[in-house]
Ligand binder design. Structure first.
Ligand code: CMP
Length: 149
């Protein structure tokens, strides 16, 4: 399978709950390599760009209020089949439907406060990485563990 990059936001509240290490540990143990990572309070214009496809939906305004309410951690992750693998690791959007063992199934609260965002396609990943990261913030390095994953 092809090596892909995907994008994730560990959403507001997770830093407050001291769960960042737990979530990132799940990425690492599943074989994702971290190419970029930063903590940020997401500016409203960035949240609007990221969630443009949801304009007009009933939850749009409250989603933007929540996503800009407190710091988040954003990451660029790489591995084989990264987009689909991360979606599986994340679990269903509504944490009530997410399987135990998935990030949302284990830590999710509501559909809005669902712990992480994970790109839904390679095209979205490229677009979203570009929204949140400058090129020089993505670090390419050789993978000394690649034969084990
Ligand atoms: P995310 O993967 O970040 O992509 C869009 C987000 O919108 C989704 O996770 C949820 O946080 C949020 N969302 C989707 N549907 C609803 C809903 N019905 N009510 C509230 N928030 C929603």
């Amino acid at each position: 399978m092809a090596i892909e990059r995907t994008f994730t936001i560990i959403k507001p509240g997770v830093l407050q709950r001291r769960l960042i290490g737990e979530i990132i540990s799940r990425f690492e143990t599943k074989g994702f390599r971290i190419l970029g990572m930063k903590t940020m309070r997401i500016p409203l214009v960035v949240a609007e760009k990221h969630y443009a496809e949801h304009i007009g939906k009933s939850f749009y305004d409250s989603l933007l209020t929540y996503m800009t309410s407190d710091p988040a951690v954003v990451l660029v992750l790489e591995r084989e089949n990264a987009v689909e693998s991360l979606r599986k690791l994340a679990g269903s959007t509504n944490p009530d439907n997410a399987e135990p063992g998935t990030i949302r199934g284990d830590f999710g609260v509501t559909t809005k406060i669902n712990i992480i965002h994970a790109s839904d396609s390679l095209e979205s990943a490229v677009k979203e990485i570009d929204i949140f990261f400058d090129r020089n913030e993505i670090i390419i390095y050789s993978d000394s563990l690649k034969e084990w994953y």
